[in-house]
Write a protein that binds this ligand. Sequence first.
Ligand SMILES: Cc1cc2nc3c(=O)[nH]c(=O)nc-3n(C[C@H](O)[C@H](O)[C@H](O)COP(=O)(O)OP(=O)(O)OC[C@H]3O[C@@H](n4cnc5c(N)ncnc54)[C@H](O)[C@@H]3O)c2cc1C
Length: 372
Amino acid sequence: MDGQVTSPAVPAATALPAEIGTLVVGGGIVGSCVAGFLADEGCDVLLLDEGRGGGTTSNAGSLHVQMQSRFMQLYPEHVPNMERQLPLYPKAVAFWQELGRSLNEDFDLKMTGGLMVAESREQLDFLALKAERERRLGLDVTILDRRALDAIAPYFGPAIVGAELCANEGKLNPLLCNAAIRRWLQARGVVLGEAVTVECLARAGTGFDVTTSHGLVRAGRVVLAAAAGTRRLTEAIAGSVAVPAVAEPLHMNITEATAPLIGHLVQHADRMITLKQLGTGQIVIGGGWPARPATADGPPEVELPSLIANATLAQHIVPRLGDLRIIRTWAGNNTSVDGMGVLGEMPSVPGLFVAIPGDAGYTLGPLSARPT
Ligand SMILES: Cc1cc2nc3c(=O)[nH]c(=O)nc-3n(C[C@H](O)[C@H](O)[C@H](O)COP(=O)(O)OP(=O)(O)OC[C@H]3O[C@@H](n4cnc5c(N)ncnc54)[C@H](O)[C@@H]3O)c2cc1C
């Protein structure tokens, strides 16, 4: 499955330390980076995940900056919050580049720019309005007609009439990133506990007694980077100010490798699609098609209608994709709150920190985890 770290997991029976300075719950991009930055500062850190390090299987590696039409349509009430958070996105992409340099790692990060394509005059008008608002918030965006689009991206099907180009966008390979981040954590001595569920937290002096599936850990402070799992953990300790994070199970596909075809990160003004080609030559096809929700016994699962609809739409937008085989599909949980991230110490529970990045959370992950 893509998006997961391939290094061997720590066996579930590994004994956890009885005491730790900082416990980070959730080994996704956010929790892993929080753990790494804290360890860089010399803190002793335990990072626990109920699954495997690398987080959910959802890390598709698009570096999003422009507002995504999918979120605008699904959650129109979140648009003002999305706009408030928008200036963070170009910074987040720049921070990914900085992280790669500081870790001396190659994430296959490419600043190709991103195209949001339109199939009608109405959709192009929608993009023009969106671009105007985004430009005011500091984004580098341009509206292209079909001729200008063909000059930089000659691979679209006949239905496409134009696009919004956002120069701040890019892409990376999350498998490379997650593996590199794991090496960073191991080099800094972060204690990794996988297949360990954090069940609840209770105040113990100025710190916390943390009940896990593998025993009790006493932690000086706790960072909850557990995505939608943060809700249950904050409900138990913070009651009415619990973080209302919601899981959204989504579908992904990846094709076999092919010669360079799609340079940009590609989205649609009105339909659920993302396309990008990795350095491996494979094309990742996503965009928010639904998956079957996780159950108590397992993670989200692929829905066949999503696979078919997602692949059909991809081929409609870039006809040459019809020649390629899909070699893997997977499902993962996105997490949404209200269009913005939830970051920082909970005022009602000193020592308890929350780190949920907001929409396009992989893009925002390292920046959201960075110490201020
Ligand atoms: C299909 C799909 C594609 C996506 N593509 C992109 C993209 O291309 N670009 C982009 O920017 N964003 C993308 N996203 C969004 C992005 O993947 C998420 O926002 C991001 O991964 C969130 O990172 P996180 O570290 O906050 O959470 P997660 O990666 O979800 O990690 C949270 C971790 O907490 C653990 N956990 C939860 N509860 C507990 C508990 N009680 N005890 C122990 N561990 C616990 C979970 O096991 C999980 O590993 C995509 C999402 C999906 C679903």
